[in-house]
Design a protein around this ligand. Structure first.
Ligand code: RP5
Length: 169
């Protein structure tokens, strides 16, 4: 049974949304990923959102661009956390997606990450699941240590070799 549902409005969102899946893979979290357009196939969308709880999803990560109603409508139906990923758009740079997802009315929250912030959506889903999973919590702490070590390595390299060699100039 998958713990997380990853849904996006179009396959044009997949490259970005795959970063959420990569994070879930990293932490060993099961998920199902699909494309469902709230606007172009509302009947299938409602079926997905209505069945998500009984399928065992604990979190839904929903990505959409433009007039991005998918995450908000998912949150209107699914009773557990929904994380919204605003997808960058050509016309308005993704600010349209961001505003569509983040400005939810009181009572129906969508935990909105940055434009194209799908990796953080995956990490946030892992953190939500870690509230009741000590083993997963340890993996998240180890990931934080990994992040720190990677930046320390960059700091030390820059200080040692200088910016020209660092940038291969
Ligand atoms: C939204 O419209 C999708 O989430 C996508 O970001 C955007 C464009 O979709 P396509 O025209 O590329 O299918 O529903």
């Amino acid at each position: 049974m998958a713990q997380v549902g990853i849904v996006m409005g179009s396959d044009s969102d997949l490259e970005i949304m795959s970063k959420a899946a990569e994070m879930l893979d990293k932490f060993g979290i099961s998920y199902e990923m699909t494309v469902i357009s709230a606007h172009r196939m509302p009947d299938i969308f409602f079926d997905y959102a209505n069945k998500a709880e009984e399928k065992g999803y604990k979190v839904i990560i929903a990505g959409a661009g433009g007039a991005a109603h998918l995450p908000g409508m998912a949150a209107a139906i699914f009773p557990l956390p929904v994380i919204g990923v605003p997808i960058q758009t050509k016309a308005l740079g993704g600010v349209d997606s961001l505003y569509s997802i983040v400005q939810m009315p009181s009572g129906i929250p969508v935990a909105t990450v940055a434009i194209n912030g799908a990796a953080n959506a995956g990490i946030l889903a892992a953190k939500i699941l870690a509230t009741s999973n000590p083993e997963l919590l340890e993996k998240l702490k180890a990931y934080k240590d990994e992040l720190r070590a990677s930046v320390v390595a960059k700091k030390e390299k820059l200080e040692k070799v200088g910016y020209k060699e660092y940038l291969n100039k």
